[in-house]
Design a protein around this ligand. Structure first.
Ligand SMILES: Cc1cc2nc3c(=O)[nH]c(=O)nc-3n(C[C@H](O)[C@H](O)[C@H](O)COP(=O)(O)OP(=O)(O)OC[C@H]3O[C@@H](n4cnc5c(N)ncnc54)[C@H](O)[C@@H]3O)c2cc1C
Length: 534
């Protein structure tokens, strides 16, 4: 009976990255992905003939250069272009705001609405660089669990944070707890400026900008870097599937095997230890260690099974929050949109960055108001990219795409069902963009709407939450996904988690995978030492 060193359940980008690290550590690694294509929520699919669509995730931001370099991703085709402006926000009065990655240039754009805000922005940018630097210290930390035996882990974490001042700590605590509105009100006066910056207080979150804690969502994005530009978004050439493919190729190059069309039914547990997995087709694969990159609820309740868990763990898994109002609207058009009153180059700044409809914080809060009572937002938040600006070959000649990420459409609707709501929602998004870019509606030739139940069904994202679980303070660091198991281990010996449901959370970053691989490799070294000492 052959036995693998490691079997990884799920070939999303984290499962693949974990395999790439473990294969580099000399471990015989097998990835099992239930779908025909690897990549999970980071994929490129042909939605309509000739259109290569990043169906779910659409831009890069959170993958540190360290991971790109360690996994030699550029050698395997990984290429990103920084999106600039970071955000381009058009208004129905023919004005627009461009938040360029150069803060001075962004301030110039802000100056048309408020001189005071233009000045504040330079300071705000500096402040966020500082806070993001602080938060970045925590990304590669293995979160210690809350027990006396883990005091060395806390000491190690404290050592990493030794340069944090008392003021820094106070700022971080504030950001984790205050609302985006309270936070932005301190800095800015103009509604349009606050609306443009406030987009990031709700991204992927089940809350509005007035909800306590929403200020942190803003920081999560600023932690990211693309080609050294902090807080930037990046277009991945070939779409997000090319990122997953580069990671998969990096793993394969070091000997890892990646099997698609291989759905895992359960983890095989013997005497409290994971010893392999059983596939849906009945095959059993033996392994010394098993890792899951699937959603934490799937991992705990389906793969491990309630019967193998104690009541406290089951209680914590059941209260893991994974709600969402994200609806992805992918469109094919025969031309790129021209914002109302835009006299600049075509294509140009409206297409070279993130295009967003977010006129004010009140607009975002009202979008949330609808969702919390089970209705799709009458006027949803919309942001997106136009991939053909970067790579015309992703669509047939002369055609274009818009990948719109929108909020909110609740998973459970108070009335009706997504069967009928899907088209209505998509058409409403087109209507709003058309109000800002006349003629847009007539240019649309195809539409794909992925509502929260679709994200759950297609990508295994329970509740449709794009981060494999909400990024609220009760579900972060040592508490992600559940208390006592924030260190990538689980109650089952030899069984680990490495997906976005672990620290530091969602986004195409590869960080949970790297951290988990470190824990697994460390445990293997310890087990070997114990064996030789016997
Ligand atoms: C609409 C949308 C937009 C997003 N936009 C962005 C963005 O622009 N930028 C960004 O950085 N992030 C974005 N995200 C978030 C990001 O895509 C996810 O956080 C990330 O891709 C999750 O990666 P993962 O590897 O942790 O998990 P997943 O990608 O969820 O991978 C888990 C894998 O496990 C597989 N699996 C599950 N159960 C089994 C089983 N029993 N047997 C075998 N395989 C199994 C699944 O099929 C899946 O492939 C977005 C997500 C969505 C849904």
């Amino acid at each position: 009976m052959s036995e693998r060193d490691v079997v990884i359940v799920g070939g999303g980008h984290n499962g693949l990255a974990c395999a790439a690290y473990l294969a580099r550590a000399g471990m015989d690694t097998l990835v099992l992905e239930r779908h025909a294509v690897e990549g999970g929520a980071s994929i490129t699919q042909e939605a309509w003939p000739g259109y290569q669509v990043s169906s779910a995730a659409y831009v890069m931001s959170l993958m540190p250069q360290k991971i790109v370099d360690e996994l030699e991703l550029e050698k395997f085709g990984y290429k990103v272009t920084v999106l600039d402006p970071d955000y381009f926000v058009p208004y129905t009065d023919s004005t627009s705001l461009a938040l360029w990655s150069d803060p001075n240039k962004a301030a110039e754009s802000i100056r048309q609405f408020s001189k005071a805000d233009a000045e504040s922005y330079i300071e705000f940018d500096r402040y966020f660089h500082r806070v993001a630097d602080l938060m970045r210290d925590l990304l590669f930390v293995i979160p210690p669990n809350l027990s006396f035996s883990e005091i060395p882990g806390f000491v190690r974490t404290a050592a990493k944070l030794r340069h944090w001042t008392r003021k820094d700590i106070a700022e971080v605590v504030r950001l984790f707890t205050v609302s985006g509105v309270d936070f932005l009100d301190e800095w800015f006066e103009d509604d349009r400026v606050k609306g443009a910056l406030g987009t990031q207080t709700i991204l992927g979150a089940w809350c509005g900008p007035m909800s306590p804690g929403s200020a942190y969502v803003l920081v999560h994005h600023w932690i990211g870097q693309v080609k050294g530009v902090q807080g930037a978004w990046g277009w991945a050439h070939g779409g997000m599937g090319a990122v997953s493919r580069a990671i998969g190729d990096s793993a394969r190059a070091k000997g890892a095997e990646i099997r698609t069309g291989a759905a895992v039914r359960r983890v095989v547990i013997r005497d409290g230890r994971a010893v392999g997995v059983e596939l849906e087709d009945g095959e059993t694969i033996h392994a010394r260690r098993v890792i899951s990159s699937a959603h934490p609820i799937t991992t705990y309740m389906d793969l491990i099974g309630e019967e193998n868990l104690d009541a406290e763990v089951v209680k914590n898994v059941k209260r893991y929050q994974t709600r969402s109002g994200t609806v992805k609207v992918n469109l094919a058009m025969n031309e790129l949109p021209r914002p109302m009153g835009w006299t600049g180059p075509m294509p140009g700044p409206p297409h070279s960055g993130i295009f967003a409809i977010s006129p004010s914080l009140e607009y975002l809060e009202r979008a949330w108001d609808d969702a919390k009572y089970g209705r799709s937002s009458a006027n949803p938040y919309i942001e997106g990219v136009f991939p053909t600006y970067f790579e015309p070959q992703l669509a047939p000649e002369g055609k274009h795409m818009a990948l719109f990420y929108t909020q909110f459409g609740p998973f459970e609707l108070a009335e009706g069902s997504w069967e009928t709501e899907r088209e209505k929602y998509g058409k409403n998004v087109i209507r709003i963009v058309d109000e800002h870019c006349p003629g847009f509606a007539d240019s649309v030739e195809h539409m794909e709407v992925l509502a929260p139940p679709d994200l759950e069904e297609r990508f295994g994202l329970i509740g449709g939450n794009i981060m494999q679980g909400e990024m609220s303070v009760n579900q972060m660091f040592s508490f992600r996904p559940i208390p006592d198991y924030g260190d990538y281990r689980s109650p089952v010996s030899g069984f680990y988690l490495c997906g976005s449901g672990t620290h530091p959370g969602g986004g195409v970053s590869g960080i949970p995978a790297r951290n988990c691989a470190q824990v697994v490799a460390g445990d293997r070294r310890r087990d070997r030492l114990r064996f030789w000492r016997r």
